[in-house]
Design a protein around this ligand. Structure first.
Ligand code: SF4
Length: 706
């Protein structure tokens, strides 16, 4: 059997050998035109996840601390009744939704899940977006006219990749779908190009790069403004792409000379100038910024400047630069059809006035919206929560506060295969089928792939009669939460269509009406079934200005929201941060907390350690392997120290997703290697005030011997 691995953004093809109902082996599919046989260790663990005895198969209901199985229809009826009662009593906004990041890898949740969640009519929708890529999406909306129009590095043709706050050798790429990152980065160097990494840690990617420079966490916007300053000083190269706002960007960057930026960022002025010159003068070059750029106090500015510098230097929409894809299923119209609308700050959160983005509120607003009493119809407190594919108690800042808040809800339902640190607080868990039991098409990730590709994966195993797919669960709830009744006379037909079609029909329609489907023999699910290894649709091609959604069909280089935020940067950078600051880190064998329930993914030395530079460790009398207490004003955790000169002095690193110590979870392997949750100490009130994204990077911490 051949299929795509849905565990991370790389979308590798896997070949699965079966013996009846047992997986004998999982290996890379050599015939997959995109991944060409590559898989990472997570791919081989697909079978573990499918066969995991801790994975729930049937609905569970909690009474006190006792869980009992229940029948599907009974569970759907119970959830429908509870949600309808709460909505009737308190209003639509009393029901909140949280969606975890596996949603992006799940066809059922991306289609029927959105139909359910967006049609609840609540303003209280939350997701991992505000802990991750929101600033990139905001920049896409502001500059290109649609939040899904995020350009990706044309990795296979670039001769210079400047990589900022990203570690693709561990993450396998993000908003840059590209299997076998190691080979692709090596190929840049083999053809005489360069990879330059800026990061507060000498990461796995930095170790393989031509050059690594430490950058102080949270100062990326300053570094990028200084780059812009240097580029303007040297003279801006001509660009084919129509731009507005060049003069405004020049003015914005005018005070941020490399000399001013150097002591703030930790990068010498001469190095900033050299990087600026390289970017401007290399015909095929790209500046790529990712998670470290987004999740900080100035993530909005930094993400904007990443795109702006590529555009300014003529590397937007050009081969080897930052390019727009031509996906076989265009997510832009699909998202609009499913109610996933674009927009920013059209309303604010009730308690602390945080801005909405794409119809969602920032995660940092969720706990207070549950805790704070309402005040009449217009000011509704959250009373019920639906979580889907997420574990925010471990993955969102202020985990203990969220945990406490969830415990006060009138009702909570989780669509999730595990009894984890979050879902143990639910009243009902509705577990979907495993990754190997469902069909797959990477509708989201193909839109960010470094080549245009399409692949359909049929289920490896048929689901048994007493299990349900995500989309079936969402459809059942959609029917019961009353939405069909509100659709008017066409409701019955819509309901019938939704019930009989399924997500594959949505994708089939998207393929047939997409850019490769209009002609005889064009793409369809049937054609993809005949090509089980996937189809290569070619290298990325220039798409501008046609692809732009801006009214004037120009790239907006200097949107007003960013220019207005510069004063905040100016004021903040005038106050130096004293002491140590925190960053996260990613490991190749981990992506989501449930992956810690696979023996093969957690074996080996303890990975949940605090990394720190030898001088910082010595100053605190800490040695390698000692137990340290890491604290913020939010809390304290204790974990082993890893002394390493891969860390920038003044910066410590702790990974997230660990802390499998909460009573009542059922993750037996994870509980045997629990680690601690860094989100117990990450201060949820520290955010990028522009976008509402959590500032996970650059938080001040204290470290001392236990
Ligand atoms: S790199 Fe990602 S998609 Fe590829 S095998 Fe690993 S987890 Fe799966």
């Amino acid at each position: 059997m051949y299929r795509s691995c849905p565990l991370c953004e790389a979308t590798c093809g896997v070949a699965i050998e079966l013996d009846g109902n047992k997986v004998v082996s999982v290996r890379g599919d050599d015939a997959d035109p995109f991944s060409k046989g590559y898989i990472c260790p997570k791919g081989t663990a697909l079978a573990d996840l499918h066969e995991d005895p801790d994975r729930l198969r049937r609905p569970m209901r909690r009474e006190g601390s006792t869980w009992t199985e229940m029948a599907w229809e009974e569970a759907f009826d119970l959830v429908g009744t509870k949600l309808n009662n709460i909505r009737r009593a308190y209003g639509r906004d009393s029901i909140a939704v949280y969606q975890g990041n596996p949603t992006a890898h799940n066809l059922g949740l991306l289609t029927y899940g959105q139909l359910l969640l967006r049609s609840l009519g609540t303003k209280n929708i939350y997701s991992a977006t505000s802990l991750d890529q929101l600033p990139h999406m905001l920049a896409a909306l502001q500059m290109f006219g649609n939040q899904l129009l995020m350009p990706v590095p044309d990795l296979d043709r670039t001769d210079l990749m400047i990589c900022l706050g990203a570690n693709p050798l561990a993450s396998n790429g993000s908003i840059m779908t590209a299997p076998d990152m190691r080979a692709r980065l090596k190929a840049i160097r083999d053809r005489g190009g360069q990879v330059i990494v800026l990061d507060p840690r000498r990461t796995e990617t930095a170790e393989k790069a031509d050059r690594h420079l430490f950058i102080r966490p949270g100062t990326d916007a300053v570094f990028l403004l200084a780059m812009a300053n240097a580029i303007f000083a040297d003279g801006v190269p001509p660009t084919r792409v129509p731009l507005t706002g060049v003069d405004e960007l020049r003015t914005a960057a005018s005070t941020w000379t490399p000399e001013r930026a150097a002591p703030i960022t930790g990068i010498a002025a001469a190095d900033i100038r050299e990087l600026a010159r390289k970017l401007a003068s290399t015909p095929r070059a790209v500046l790529y910024g990712r998670i470290g750029v987004c999740t900080q106090e100035f993530g909005g500015l930094a993400a904007w400047l990443c795109y702006a510098l590529n555009a300014l230097t003529g590397h937007l929409d050009e081969p080897g630069g930052l390019m727009f894809t031509t996906p076989a299923v265009d997510p832009v119209p699909l998202a609009a059809m499913l109610g996933f609308d674009g927009g920013f700050a059209r309303w604010k959160s009730r308690v602390s006035g945080k801005p909405e983005f794409g119809g969602e509120l920032p995660m940092t607003a969720l706990a207070e919206e549950i805790e704070t009493p309402g005040n009449g119809e217009e000011k509704i407190q959250i009373r019920a929560l639906i979580t889907s594919a997420g574990n925010p108690v471990l993955s969102a800042p202020g985990g203990p506060r969220l945990e406490k808040a969830f415990g006060t809800l009138d009702f909570m339902v989780s669509i999730d295969p595990y009894l984890n640190e979050t879902t143990r607080l639910a009243n009902v868990i509705l577990p979907p089928t495993s990754v190997l039991e469902r069909s797959h098409y990477d509708v989201a990730l193909n839109a960010f792939a470094v080549r245009n590709v399409a692949k359909y994966s049929p289920p490896t195993f048929e689901r048994s009669a007493d299990t349900r797919h995500d989309w079936e669960i969402c459809l059942a709830l959609w029917r019961r939460v009353g939405l069909p009744n509100r659709l008017g006379p066409g409701a019955k037909l819509i309901e019938k269509l939704a019930s009989s079609l399924g997500p594959e029909a949505v994708i089939d329609a998207g393929l047939r009406t997409g850019p490769y489907g209009m002609f005889r023999g064009g793409l369809s699910i049937a054609k993809l079934r005949k090509n089980p290894h996937g189809i290569d649709l070619g290298a990325l091609e220039p798409r501008l200005p046609a692809r732009l959604n801006t009214k004037d069909k120009r790239v907006h280089l200097a949107p007003a929201i960013y220019l207005a935020d510069l004063a905040r940067l100016d004021a903040r950078m005038g106050r130096a941060t004293q002491g140590l600051v925190l960053i996260g880190r990613r490991h190749l064998r981990s992506n989501n907390s449930w992956m810690h329930n696979s023996e093969r993914l957690v074996k080996g030395p303890d990975r949940c350690t605090v990394m720190m530079h030898p001088t910082d460790a010595a100053a605190r009398s800490l040695t390698d392997g000692a137990v340290a207490r890491v604290s913020t004003k939010t809390g304290a955790i204790e974990l082993s120290v890893e002394v390493t000169d891969t860390m920038m002095p003044g910066v410590v690193s702790v990974p997230h997703g660990w802390g499998h110590t909460r009573k009542g979870s059922r993750l037996r392997v994870a509980e045997s290697v629990p680690g601690v949750s860094v989100n117990d100490i990450v201060d949820p009130s520290l955010i990028d005030e522009l976008s509402g994204t959590s500032a996970l990077t650059g938080q001040p911490v204290e470290v001392r011997a236990k």
